[in-house]
Write a protein that binds this ligand. Structure first.
Ligand code: TEU
Length: 515
């Protein structure tokens, strides 16, 4: 299969996609079984969230062995079959590599704890402060101190997420060699590229300076909820770019030219600048970032983003992931109109884009009780933050079977979907979100909309208008981000939602061909 350029990538969270073995958790064979559905959407690639042996304290992002499959999800032979099947269908497979940290159960960390010095150097250790407290005031992303005490070594180890996820030291040669080997291992199995987890957090301040107390404004910058007494492991922007962004050149050199590499920017401040710094011809192809998802509901925000990117389409667009509450509820007004609005927007945005499983169904954020939640992020910020578990509830395949056809056993998170939301119901409904996504993706491909030669945009109050010229023609699009109707004349429309009788409704959108 050819090299990926500006791909449309479908994210699969394996535990919640499809369960082929009746355990209540999805698995690799389940993905393979349902690949033709994924193909039918028209996407170019799948990104499979971690399926490696894991201690499952952080949904699989606490890896014990980077080169294997967790027995709960299958085997390496299942993975190979999945890749073969994907290739037959013309779908590229991207896997998620977690190099920010490992699990405490990883053999490297276990050896480090047992006293092996070279294994210890793969991680970040510090002595306690004179009064026995952690060496710095850093707070992790899950809201707790970023240091945990290791009794055996009589030292603290750094972790910016859960205490079971000790941070790797990327300045260590053995870590770098392992990254190269792990990438080669998956390339040999036929993957077309990688998603690098939390890629902008791989480095820490090597001078171990305390963070200043966070200002109110800084606290609000983190997803709108004040979460910690200190800016959370807020590296100097300078260091992030100097060391972290330059490190991407090594990653590219180790991976080779042909792989599609993208990363997740989880740095909340100056997030677009950082994403741009991490990408480019010698670095990552793409780096997705919170600034772009947050502008889901404002025309002015889009104008700012487009101005800032200035044709550098290296920040894959996304509205959902396994880390965010469902967009219909979180960004929109819970209407089907909003779901279709995002589908149309996804069609015309230049560059790569991500779609998360179930986004194409317009699933709302499902209600969960605190007692049903296992995710450490959600447990820390409950109930102030909408959390991540809702997006991880398994997706509904059919209403005709128990557990919406996801599994023959009770699912690992309760499924409370409304009637009509399943894939089976939406397949037969021409006006469903699913069919709107299919149509939007079809247009994106047919007219090469992800690769514009010219891309202009204008914001007039609540309306955003876009003009795009590609090899396949000239197109205009309109999006109503406001809460009132606006005058609007349609001509030569390719896809329309919420436009009628010369008016465009709130969250109405259209793409038109200019003939
Ligand atoms: O996410 C990093 C990250 O940005 C999250 O911690 C984010 O702050 C949080 O989910 C709120 O939106 C990646 C993975 O996608 C996430 O699932 C992991 O928990 C995390 O890294 C640690 O590996």
């Amino acid at each position: 299969m050819g090299k990926l350029t500006n791909p449309l990538i479908y994210e699969i969270y394996p535990r919640s996609f499809y369960d082929s073995s009746g355990t209540g958790e999805g698995d690799l064979n389940g993905i393979a079984e349902k690949l033709s559905y994924v193909k039918s959407l028209g996407v170019d690639a799948i990104w499979i969230a971690p399926f490696y042996p894991s201690s499952w304290h952080d949904g699989g992002y606490d890896v014990i062995d980077h080169c294997n499959v967790d027995p709960r999800l299958g085997t390496l032979a299942d993975f190979d079959r999945l890749v073969g099947h994907a290739q037959d269908l013309g779908l590229s497979v991207l896997v998620d590599l977690v190099f920010k940290h490992t699990s405490v159960e990883h053999p490297w960390f276990k050896s480090a704890v047992e006293g092996d010095q070279s294994a210890a150097e793969r991680y970040v250790w510090r002595d306690a402060a004179a009064d026995g407290t952690p060496p710095t005031n850093w707070i992790g992303y899950f809201g707790k101190p970023a240091w945990s005490w290791c009794h055996q070594r009589q030292q603290y180890y750094l972790h910016q997420y859960h205490a079971s996820q000790p941070a790797l030291n990327h300045r260590n040669q053995d870590v770098q060699n392992s990254i190269r080997e792990i990438m080669a291992f998956w390339c040999d199995r036929g993957v077309a590229g990688f998603r690098f987890d939390a890629v902008t957090s791989w480095f820490h301040d090597d001078q171990f300076r305390d963070n200043p107390p966070a200002s109110d404004q800084e606290q609000r910058l983190i997803d709108g909820v004040p979460k910690s007494p200190y800016t959370r492991q807020r590296h100097e922007y300078d260091m992030l770019v100097r060391e972290g962004a330059n490190y991407m050149e090594n990653i590219r050199a180790w991976a080779g030219r042909d792989l599609y590499l993208f990363g997740e920017n989880n740095f909340g401040i100056a997030s677009l600048d950082i994403a741009l710094d991490y990408t480019g011809a010698e670095k990552l192809n793409g780096c997705y970032t919170t600034d772009t998802v947050r502008c889901g509901h404002s025309s002015k925000a889009w104008q700012n983003i487009f101005d800032k990117l200035d044709g550098r389409w290296r920040t894959p667009w996304w509205f959902e992931s396994h880390d965010r509450a469902r967009s219909r509820t979180n960004l929109g007004n819970d209407s089907e109109e909003f779901v279709k609005f995002l589908a149309v927007l996804t069609a015309i945005l230049p560059g790569a884009a991500l779609i998360y499983q179930g986004q194409e169904l317009g699933l709302p954020q499902p209600p969960l009780d605190k007692s049903e939640i296992q995710d450490p992020f959600d447990l820390s910020y409950w109930p102030d933050d909408p959390g991540r578990s809702g997006a991880r509830v398994p997706i509904p395949w059919t209403e005709a079977k128990d557990n919406f056809g996801f599994s023959s056993s009770p699912p690992w998170l309760p499924m409370r979907w409304q009637a009509g939301m399943s894939i089976e119901s939406q397949e037969t409904d021409k006006g469903s979100p699913l069919n709107c996504y299919r149509h939007a993706i079809y247009l994106r491909k047919k007219y090469d909309l992800s690769n514009p030669i010219v891309f202009n945009y204008q914001q007039h109050g609540q309306l955003l208008t876009v003009f795009s010229k590609t090899k396949a023609g000239s197109f205009s699009a309109v999006f109503n981000f406001g809460d009132s109707e606006k005058d609007f004349e349609l001509s030569n429309s390719l896809i329309v939602t919420g436009v009628s009788g010369g008016m465009i409704a709130p969250y109405g959108a259209a793409i038109m061909e200019q003939v």
